[in-house]
Design a protein around this ligand. Sequence first.
Ligand code: NAD
Ligand code: TDX
Length: 353
Amino acid sequence: MSFEKTILVTGGAGFIGCHVAKLFVENYPNYKIVNLDKLTYAGNLENLTEIEDAPNYEFIKGDIVDETFITDLFEKNQFDSVIHLAAESHVDRSILNPNEFIFTNIVGTTNLLNAAKKLWENGFEKKLFYHVSTDEVYGSLGEEGHFVETTPYDPKSPYSASKASSDHLVRAYAHTYKLPVVISNCSNNYGPNQFPEKLIPLCIHNIKNNLPLPIYGKGENVRDWLYVKDHSDAIDVIFHHGKTGETYNIGGNNEWTNIDLVRMLCKIMDKKLGQNEGVSEQLITFVKDRAGHDLRYAIDSSKLKNGLGWEPSLQFEEGLEKTVDWYLSNGNWLDNVTSGNYQKYYETQYVQR
Ligand code: NAD
Ligand code: TDX
């Protein structure tokens, strides 16, 4: 079977990556999608059952930090494009153990850049290295203002510093070697398949199991939330219509303090679990703040909206209900990912506070 393009998706067994992989496999049967993932604690092949037998899909287990493996993989597969999502992605883990973030997010990204540069050395026509990044590279906002694409970088956590570093490397390869790249910086995602270490799925899991809902500090920190399928749609639009060399901010225009968000989630959970309103809220527990906790993120995505016509499609409450429905009807998924080392990680977390 011959394909119009062969695209490497990295981190396609993770939360956002699995939605991107499914979107591309299902919507573009003329593209071959190769999903490369190390299957860390955050990677899960159960996220990909819908496409595992698709004729235009292949999964490869591997580590982007392994330079020789990556160089060989590019030579063997002759990729036309890369959509790079593989990363260590959880801020709290980066505070506990920064080194993994440096290896995967910085060294791993550089290995991919080098392999793409080598493979495409005879011409960059129709080639693209798409780097998926985060709004956290811009640092933390006060009460007012939004991040725009020209906001100076000011990362504050080991995670965001590693992502900022990878963004700089991608831009440096574009500038120095003319590698065709595009970068998007997105706000907080939520939705099906997110590992229950991040705020929303952690609270869903804990309410289900009658466990405390840990709110860092006073719960006044603000995040801008976007449904994961809206993010994958934005990636599709930018991949196909974005201007090479550009950066696009992606956001939900949907700011919530953590405490207000968790209260809304508690109401939805009470309704879905058929219990009296107020039952889940009793689990809210204020705990020691995250070290260096960024106060507020808010994204201005008007460049993407005005230039490429993308907008978020879901209202937050609707998206949260869909998310809760997914977790409640995928109890096995949740049980599987919370077995093994999950409990051990949370014990370490709680001791720290
Ligand atoms: P995730 O942690 O759910 O998934 C990361 C995936 O990368 C996993 O499948 C993991 O196995 C894989 N991986 C990790 N190290 C690897 C390595 N060395 N080699 C190969 N694969 C490896 O992350 P996510 O939330 O889906 O985030 C995906 C990307 O989007 C990341 O680059 C992240 O920085 C970015 N991002 C995330 C958010 C968010 O809210 N989650 C927001 C903006 C940007
Ligand atoms: O138990 C918790 N209690 C709590 O109050 C957890 C896990 C989080 N929080 C707070 C910290 C943040 O202010 O909730 C907010 C959201 O936290 P996370 O879900 O850990 O996300 P955040 O740190 O904002 O980073 C996320 O968005 C940007 C992703 O994890 C990153 O990968 C992405 O780049």
